[in-house]
Design a protein around this ligand. Structure first.
Ligand code: NAP
Length: 279
């Protein structure tokens, strides 16, 4: 199959590497000519160009640009597609993207691979990024079953765990387990930086080990991506942040009042609940 990837960064490049290694022909688009040349040189794609006309040959096109560029990219892309080209995207927020693109293209299937690293750009692309990771498709009433199945088959070929849900349910769920953690983790790093004693801050940086690496990872990721999550999923994220602030106030109260039994009971509850969020 000829697969088009628009946006050759971490996610677009990683998808291209896997699908190409599975025997598909991958055609890439990126804004900058240097990215296109590098993608060919690295063997990420078979052909690449900043010119969207290249997508006329693709049977499936995957939008992998930052969220803020998707709508304008789609408007520029549609005139180049064959009438039956299937369009999908990898955006981290689904409701506004699906609402904007589905009325414009009947063969659109919203999607979101739940995998990433703290890096961004083509050089961060890697093979097998999606193995055993959730990959959500968000069909709506007008989605054609044959289009959904074509995209689902491509997702399965990545050895990802395929899920389907409505766009709004996706956005509420990922607000809790993806977008809220970015903000909480960013808050953690910012709280450390607020330490007024320079010697203590320096010692903390030297002593930080695996626990801090785990808890700070998503807060130290791509700033543009975090901002776009908040911008496009504002209400669901705010709901999660308010719930988090309530729990934080509760923790502060337990520590201030030295209510160690209540603190331990809460930590027991979270200790028991954590495995339910992990495979
Ligand atoms: P990224 O590494 O920054 O890659 C985006 C790439 O798109 C850039 O390398 C850029 O290359 C290209 N680009 C930017 N604007 C463009 C445009 N107008 N037209 C064509 N190409 C353009 O970002 P990413 O992390 O892969 O994220 C891409 C999408 O995946 C986002 O929508 C995000 O929500 C979603 N996502 C991200 C993650 C994650 O953890 N990172 C996980 C799941 C989904 P040039 O500079 O050459 O244009």
């Amino acid at each position: 199959m000829k697969i088009g990837i628009v946006g050759l960064g971490l996610i677009g490049g990683s998808l291209a590497l896997d699908w190409r290694s599975l025997g598909h022909t991958v055609l890439g688009i990126s804004r900058r000519a240097e990215t296109c040349e590098r993608a060919i040189a690295l063997g990420v794609v078979d052909q690449a160009s900043p010119d969207l006309a290249l997508m006329a040959e693709a049977a499936v096109v995957v939008l992998c640009t930052p969220l803020g560029a998707m709508q304008a990219t789609v408007e520029a892309l549609l005139p180049h597609l064959q009438p039956d080209t299937i369009l999908t995207d990898v955006g981290s927020v689904k409701q506004p993207i699906v609402a904007a693109i589905a009325p414009r293209w009947p063969h659109f299937v919203g999607g979101h691979p739940m995998a990433g690293t703290a890096e961004s750009g083509l050089d961060a692309a890697q093979r097998h990024l999606f193995v055993d990771r959730p990959y959500v498709l968000t069909p709506i009433d007008s989605t054609l079953p044959t289009d959904l199945e074509t995209v689902a088959e491509l997702v399965r070929s990545l050895q990802a765990r395929l899920y389907q849900c409505p766009p709004a349910a996706h956005d509420r769920a990922v607000a809790l387990i993806s977008h809220l953690p970015v903000m909480v983790s960013a808050g953690l790093i910012a709280a450390c930086l607020a330490e007024p004693d320079a010697a203590v801050l320096q010692l903390a940086q030297q002593l930080a080990s695996s626990g801090f690496a785990d808890t700070s990872r998503v807060g130290g990721g791509n700033p543009e991506l975090g901002t776009m999550m908040a911008k496009y999923n504002q209400m669901a994220l705010l709901h999660g942040l308010h719930q988090y602030r309530d729990r934080l106030d509760q923790l502060i109260h337990y520590v201030e009042t030295q209510n160690w039994p209540a603190l331990e009971a809460l930590l027991l509850q979270t200790h028991q609940a954590r495995p339910q969020f992990l495979p």
